[in-house]
Design a protein around this ligand. Sequence first.
Ligand code: AMP
Ligand code: MN
Ligand code: MN
Length: 326
Amino acid sequence: MTQSTFAEIGGVLRAHQRIAVLGHVRPDGDALGSQLALALSLQQLGKDVTVWNEDGLLEKYDFLPGGERLTKPPGSPQDFDVAIALDTATQSRLGTAGEAVRSARTWINVDHHPSNPGYGDLVYIDPVSPATGQILFELIQSEKFPMDAAIAENLFVAISTDTGSFQYPKTTARTFEIGAELLRWGVDVGRISQLLYENYPRRRTELLRELLGTMRFEANGKIACFGLSLKVAADLKVKPEDNEGLIDHLRAIHGVIVAVFFEELADGKVRVSMRSKSEDVDVSAICQKFGGGGHKLAAGTRVRGTLAEVEQKILKAICDVIDCNS
Ligand code: AMP
Ligand code: MN
Ligand code: MN
């Protein structure tokens, strides 16, 4: 895989008219913020921009500027000159949004997942970047693409959510510089942070109460996990996005090295979300053994089986990596 330069990617985007901006299924703030930031910038360049995500715009992100532009893809494919995938570790994680793009002459892949295999014609993967939003800031700046307060707000959401509010280890001095620059563009950090982190529906905390009831520890407290069954999810009427971030309550516990969240899905699989607190325990490598991927300290996968079966398999795989006896 050869990496492209910002100039090459910028050149292709400038040279074409019909552009699809896509992001991964079950989107997070980095996927949605990145999609909208790039879409708004390209729109100001005069492009015909389509912004699709399999799950559409999540309710909790409905304050994002330009959010009404981000929709679920239609059932039948459409033609584009260029399709650009953002924050998406494998092409299949575009889901129906990828399937709805037909005959895009050029596929661009901009991401920060180390496990990204580099699909597409033009590839820009920066595995040390803490967020795809940070890469897009650099792209927009270096290509002199349009920037304004609305674009800045989307980029700030992308970076803030993927860095755990500028806390995770991939956060660098450059991340703070970009944060400062986005504030100068008009981002109101207090307002945005409150919308992001102090605005959850009550059912999310009710879900946390249920999850804590299933919490267990393995390997002398080095592994902590909890699980969500379809039945509990239905009883509490939770939305899939409600559980984003709840795993952090496990990671925050003293002595825990790996936190795992198991979520039973309707298709007979279990969604596994994993976090590590040690550079020595690469959870992306563990998830890759089960067909998933992600980052060294934050990764995920989907595994066929019941909650109990998948829990057992995954916990064993983690135990194989960390020393479970000391
Ligand atoms: P999550 O636990 O869903 O918040 O995901 C943690 C990280 O792992 C994110 O960066 C995801 O993009 C990535 N990830 C989650 N599931 C998968 C998967 N099935 N394949 C590749 N990467 C994934
Ligand atoms: Mn993401
Ligand atoms: Mn990301």
